[in-house]
Design a protein around this ligand. Structure first.
Ligand code: 2AM
Length: 183
């Protein structure tokens, strides 16, 4: 079985900007800049033959390259249940279009449809018992964060290896978008 997800990789510059947001929240485990990504579809555990179908479906997918602007920060969960600090992206029709195409490609490969609404984000930190006032200060201090526009010219299929030290992500394959160099 392979644990898979489809995501957008980030440029070095965007990683550096996102990494610069970190700090100041006790109980936060900050994401390593090298592992930051924007997930379009979490697939989960699939057998190898289904992984090959997914690979073929993604290779056939056609969608235009576009540019993405990062905008603001937020938190998933609230109070004592706050669990993730994230950076958001500006509303983007091309991103929504791409995500919908990825979703239908995955469903055509026999996976159940994603029921949760797509909320594009970059996970900056996972929280454990972080004090609410420090989370509040993080959100207000970083509220005006913006980065980009970043060119998005490919999708990436990742494999997640779960281990004691947390998940390790392995990029399995890139799929160029239309209009990308080499796409
Ligand atoms: P997250 O960063 O918000 O946790 C690999 O785990 C990627 O898939 C992460 O970007 C993670 O988002 C995302 N993801 C979405 N749904 C998931 C799920 N049910 N389990 C694990 N990861 C999930």
């Amino acid at each position: 079985m392979l644990r898979l997800f489809v995501a957008l990789d980030l440029t070095e510059e965007v990683r550096r900007r996102l990494a610069g947001l970190g700090g100041g929240v006790p109980g936060a485990r900050w994401t390593e800049p090298d592992t930051m990504h924007l997930t379009l579809r979490f697939i989960g555990e699939v057998p190898e033959d289904q992984a090959m179908d997914i690979d073929a479906a993604l290779a056939e997918l056609r969608a235009p390259a576009f540019a993405l602007t990062f905008d603001g920060v937020g938190v998933f969960g609230s109070g004592r249940k706050a669990r993730v600090l994230w950076a958001g992206v500006e509303r983007n029709e091309a991103l929504a279009h791409l995500q919908a195409k990825v979703e239908s490609a995955i469903v055509r490969c026999g996976l159940p449809a994603e029921e949760r609404k797509f909320s594009p984000h970059i996970t900056l930190a996972r929280l454990k018992d972080a004090p609410a006032d420090r989370i509040g200060r993080f959100l207000s201090d970083r509220g005006l964060f913006r980065a980009g526009p970043m060119p998005v010219d490919r999708l990436t299929l990742y494999r997640s290896h779960l281990g004691n030290g947390g998940a390790v992500y392995e990029a399995l394959r890139d799929y160029p978008l239309d209009g990308a160099v080499g796409g």
